[in-house]
Structures are given as C-alpha cells and as structure tokens.
Design a protein around this ligand. Structure first.
Ligand SMILES: Cc1cc2nc3c(=O)[nH]c(=O)nc-3n(C[C@H](O)[C@H](O)[C@H](O)COP(=O)(O)OP(=O)(O)OC[C@H]3O[C@@H](n4cnc5c(N)ncnc54)[C@H](O)[C@@H]3O)c2cc1C
Length: 343
C-alpha cells in the first residue's frame, strides 16, 4: 500500500465509501489485472471536487510529500490493469453522473453515461449523428478522452464542449471541444482531467431511419467482432492501412501467450481467459508488434491504455502508460502542459 494513511483519511472525508485495496482489473472489460490501493466511486461533481482538493495535498495539514498517482476509470473498455495492480487512487464515476438530457438538438450527458444508451436515446428522439456510438461499450468521459469513433464518425464530429474537473487543483469548468485537440483516438486530456459531462450537438433526423441504422450497426458488430473478455481493437490503424489486416497477414490469429490469445475471428482483438493474467495480455501485445514489424516493417501503436505496468512493458506493447500524478512527473506536467500523444 503506497498511498499514505493521511491521504486515505482525506479521501474518505470527501468520499465516505472510498475503499482500500479494491479490485480494479475486474472493472475492466478484459476482467484481468490487480487491485487499486484506493478506489473512490463519486456520485456528484461536488464530491469529485472535494476529493480533488483532498488529493491535492499541499497546503493541507499533514499532507503527503508528493501527490499520489491518480486514475479515472470509465467502463474499463480500453484499459489493461497490470496483475500487480495500481499503487494510487482510482476514481470511478457513479450513476449520479450518468444522466442524459435532451433539449432540442442538444444532448447533455454525464461523464459516466453509457455510449450505447446515449446513442439509443438520441435516435429514439429523432436525432441523428450519434448512431455510431451504439457499438462502443464505453462511457461518455472515456470516449471523449479517447475520441472514440467508428462507422465513419467519432466524438469530435458532434462534441461541442465538456465539463472537466481537474484532480490536481479541484477546478471545475467547461472546455470547448476545439481546445481538446481531438485526433484519431486521442485528445489532449491528461490523467488528472476528469470529464464529468459532455454536450453534443446533433441534427434533426428521422426516428425510424436512426433506429434502423442502430440495428444495422449492432448486427454488423455481432457478425464481425468476437465476444469474451477483450478491449476492442488493440492497436490503432497505421496511416493508410489497417492494424487488423497487418496482423492477419502476419499470421496473428489464434496466437497465444499464456492466458491471452488473439481472436480467431478478428486479428486485432486479444481475448483474456477467465482468471487469466494481464501481464500475459501485455506480453502478447509486445509479441504481436514484433510479428508485424518482422513481417511488414510497420510499428503498431496500442489504442489500449496500460495501468500499473513498468515503462519497459508499456514501451514493448507500444502503449501509453497511465501513471497519473507521480511525484516529479506530475510537477513537470504542471509546469509544461504539453498535449498528450495517445497510443
Ligand atoms: C467490444 C469492444 C468494442 C470497441 N469498439 C470500439 C470502437 O468501435 N471505437 C472506439 O473508438 N473504441 C472502441 N472500443 C474501445 C472503448 O470502448 C472506447 O475507447 C471507449 O471510449 C472507452 O471508454 P471507457 O469509459 O471504457 O474508458 P476506460 O477504458 O475506462 O478509459 C479509457 C481512457 O479514458 C480515461 N477516462 C475514462 N473515463 C474518463 C473520464 N470520465 N474523464 C476523463 N478521462 C476518462 C481513462 O483514464 C483512460 O485513459 C471498444 C471496446 C470493446 C470492448
């Protein structure tokens, strides 16, 4: 346990249910990986701001010498947590932040709202432009951070602004989508910036047409994507090519490392065995990169974010390591807020 007791107490003052040594990997769609030193489920913006102030530390009597690593987890559909777990404070947004409001063509959704729910509610209200999201099993907050997309669209296409709480300062404010530097599966949001709400601007459409499109996307996904414990596409597509095609051509389908295997249906999906190991998934990711490098001379980059792994493991897997606020690294980030490069 590397989170100081004083900080656990401060976190509990803000979020009474915050638990120590809680399962974290189990909250991801891979369903493998270890525990978080502290897990706090927040139900309101006020509670999140109070937690942020508690975590900010400096200036608080008995505050720890350095900020602890923090992590916000959405629906865990693009995160792999190491078997050794996460030595910090993990924040999950609860149902209190999952509301969806429709007013005219504007949809305001909480950071914890499920993308498929937002897609279906919008279509049922005769709004078009968000049907694609029915196939992405993430939260609105995670989708903004990743600029999730599919079927020819992405979050950037309709996102107008987001409400962000900064876990470093407790600041709470709206940011324009244009300031998020949304790109292919990336944004400039850092691990300390929690999206608590997003405003989408959709268009008036025909309800039946939107619902038919949703049904077609669901059918297509069932036909083309495997089930089981996975995090969707493991690697992003390199410019002008498809990671799935490259992996398939290199003979990746069915390849196994311990308890992790490449789907035989889709070469860019890894499935974890029940009770399996996250470190096996990461090792398989590294092997797949080597395979494609040797076969096609292309360097693949992971879409999946890694938590609690070593820098070497993340580099080998071609993945972004979410370390959150960590001592000197956090201080550097505060002084030099460079955009993050995802994947
Ligand atoms: C079967 C399957 C199919 C998929 N298909 C697609 C697809 O077609 N297109 C696509 O883009 N993705 C796809 N994904 C990946 C994933 O669903 C998306 O990236 C999704 O947007 C992640 O949301 P999440 O809530 O699960 O985020 P998490 O996986 O929990 O987190 C992802 C990142 O977002 C951060 N984050 C989470 N919540 C917040 C928040 N509230 N504020 C700020 N940052 C936050 C996390 O710290 C992490 O860095 C698929 C996954 C699966 C399992």
């Amino acid at each position: 346990m590397s989170v100081p007791a004083s900080l656990v107490a401060a976190a509990r003052a803000a979020v009474p249910d915050a638990g120590v040594d809680q399962p974290l990997g189990a909250l991801t769609t891979y369903r493998v990986g270890g525990r978080a030193d502290v897990l706090a489920r927040v139900e309101s913006v006020d509670q999140l701001v109070a937690l942020a102030r508690a975590l900010a530390g400096p200036g608080r009597p008995g505050s720890p010498p350095a900020p602890v690593p923090v992590l916000v987890l959405g629906r865990g559909s693009n995160v792999l947590v190491a078997d050794r777990g996460f030595p910090g404070v993990a924040v999950v947004l609860g149902d209190g932040l999952a509301g969806v409001e429709l007013a005219g063509t504007t949809v305001t959704a909480g950071g914890a709202a499920s993308l498929p729910v937002v897609a279906r509610l919008s279509a049922a209200a005769g709004l078009t432009g968000f049907e694609w999201a029915v196939g992405v099993p993430g939260s609105v907050g995670g989708a903004v951070r990743m600029n999730a997309g599919g079927h020819g669209s992405d979050m950037a296409a309709t996102l107008r602004r987001v409400r962000v709480v900064d876990l470093r300062s407790g600041e709470d404010g709206w940011m324009a989508a244009a300031d998020l530097e949304l790109g292919y599966r990336r944004s400039r949001l850092g691990p300390h910036q929690v999206v608590v709400a997003a405003e989408l601007e959709l268009r008036r459409g025909e309800r039946e047409r939107a619902k038919a499109e949703i049904a077609e996307i669901v059918r297509w996904r069932r036909e083309h994507q495997p089930g089981g414990a996975n995090a969707g596409s493991v690697f992003t597509n390199p410019p002008g090519d498809s990671a799935g095609r490259l992996l398939d051509a290199a003979g990746a389908k069915g390849r196994r490392h311990g308890t992790a295997a490449v789907s035989t249906k889709h070469a860019n999906f890894i499935q974890a065995d029940e009770g399996g190991s996250a470190d096996d998934v990461a090792a398989l990711m590294a092997e797949l990169r080597e395979l494609v490098r040797a076969h096609a001379g292309v360097d693949l980059h992971a879409e999946t974010h890694l938590v609690g792994f070593t820098a070497e493991q993340a580099e080998a897997a071609g993945a972004r390591l979410l370390t959150g606020l960590e001592g000197a690294a956090a201080a550097t980030a505060a002084a030099d807020p460079r955009p993050e490069v995802e994947g």
